[in-house]
Design a protein around this ligand. Sequence first.
Ligand SMILES: Cc1ncc(COP(=O)(O)O)c(C=O)c1O
Ligand SMILES: Nc1c(O)cccc1C(=O)C[C@H](N)C(=O)O
Length: 425
Amino acid sequence: MSDAAPHTAGGAHTADGAADGGQALVREARALDEADALAPVRDRFALTDGTAYLDGNSLGALPLPVRDRLAHVVAHEWGELRIRSWSESGWWEAPERIGDRIAPLIGAAPGQTVVGDSTSVNVFKATVGALRIAAADDPARTELLVDAATFPTDGYIAESAARMTGCAVRPVPAAELPGAVGPGTAAVLVNHVDYRTGELNDLPALTAAARAAGARTVWDLCHSAGALPVGLDEHGVDFAVGCTYKFLNGGPGAPAFLYLRRDLQPRFDSPLPGWNSHADPFAMASGYTPAEGALRGRVGTPDILSMAALEEALTVWEEVTVDAVRAKSLALTDFFLRCVRAYAGERTAVRVTPLTPGEHARRGSQVSLLCDPVDAAGPVMEKLIARGVVGDFRRPGVLRFGFTPLYTAFRDAERAARVLGDVLA
Ligand SMILES: Cc1ncc(COP(=O)(O)O)c(C=O)c1O
Ligand SMILES: Nc1c(O)cccc1C(=O)C[C@H](N)C(=O)O
C-alpha cells in the first residue's frame, strides 16, 4: 500500500477533519509547506530517501556541507598540515570558538560556552562545580534537587556528585521544584524538556525561585538547544549543558556544550581539571592553575573531526533564527496532534493518548504518545519504521516523534499520523 496518498482504511473517520479520507489534511499540509519560510532549509540536509524522519530529537539528520568539510579536514588539515593544524587550522581554539557559535542559540553572550566531552561528562563538571560553589558560600546547604523524571544519566551522575561533595539527592517532580527549593538546597539539576514526554519545564520560574532561595541551577538543554529559545543570560542560569547531535545536527557522538556564567567562572572549581583547562597548558607545570574564562570547562584534547562536523552543521543558523524555528515547531506539533486525532481517533484497536502538553508554553519540540495497551508500542513503532515513518519508542509504551523545523515538513507530520492511524487500526 502506498503511503503517498491518503486512503480510508483504518483511520480517517473522526469529526476532526478526516471524514473525507484525509484529503483536507493533505491539502492543508501542502498549503502550510508552501507558506513555510523555512522550507528551503530542508535542501541542506541528506533527506532524500523518502522517509518522514521524526527522530531528530535523538540524532539529527546530516547537513550536506558537513561531508565536504570533513573531507577537507581529513585530507588537508590532518593529511597535509598534520600537527601544524593545532595552530594553523584553529584546532586548539575550536572548543571556545564553536561554543560561541552555540551561545546565541541558548541566549548566552560570548565567552561562556565551551564545547567538548559528552553531555554526561558535562553534567558531572557542572553539578560538582555548582555544589562546590554552594558549599563555599554556605556549608549547611547539602541538598541536590533533581527533577524526578530526569534523563537517567543526569540522575546517576547527580548521585555520584552528591556522594563526592557530602550532599544528598532529593528527586522532586519538575513542576514542584520551585516550591521545593529552600535554605538547605545547594543546587538544582533539571531538564529543560523532558526526553520522554516532551514537556517543557519553566526555566524562568524555576531559576528565579532557586536564585531567591540562594541555590545554584544546572539546566540540561539536550532537548531544547536548537529547538526553542532558552535565555540563559536573561534568566540568570548558573550552569547549563546540552548535546549537539539532536536539534543542532552535529552528528553521532558530537561533542556536548557547557555554559559557565561569566561571573561564576573565577569560582568554577572543575572536578576534571585536565591540562586543556590550565592557564598555560604548554608550560606542562606540575601544579594546576586554572585558565580564565569558559575554557576552564575544558578537560583534554578536543575531538577535532567531530568538532569540525559540528562547526559546519552550525552554519545553518547564520540564516535562521531560533524564534522562527520555535514558531514552526509549535505549528508542526499542533498540526501533528490534530492529524493524530483525526486519523487515530477513538476507534482504533490500539489507542494513543498524548503525553506532551497541549499548551504551547509547556511543549518542547516532540510529541509523545502513550499506547494502550502499552506493550503494543514497540511493534507499532517497528511497523511505522518499516513504512518509512521514523520515530522512536521508549519503554514501556511511549511513541516519540521529534520535529526539527529546519527539515521537517508539514507533509511529514500528516503522513506520520496517517500511517500511524493505519497501523493502530
Ligand atoms: C536529557 C539528556 N541528557 C543527557 C543525555 C546523555 O547524553 P550523552 O550520551 O551525550 O552523555 C541525553 C541523551 O542521550 C539526554 O536526552
Ligand atoms: N545518544 C544516543 C545514542 O548514542 C544512541 C541512541 C539514542 C541516543 C539518545 O540520544 C537518546 C536520547 N537522549 C533520548 O532522548 O532518549
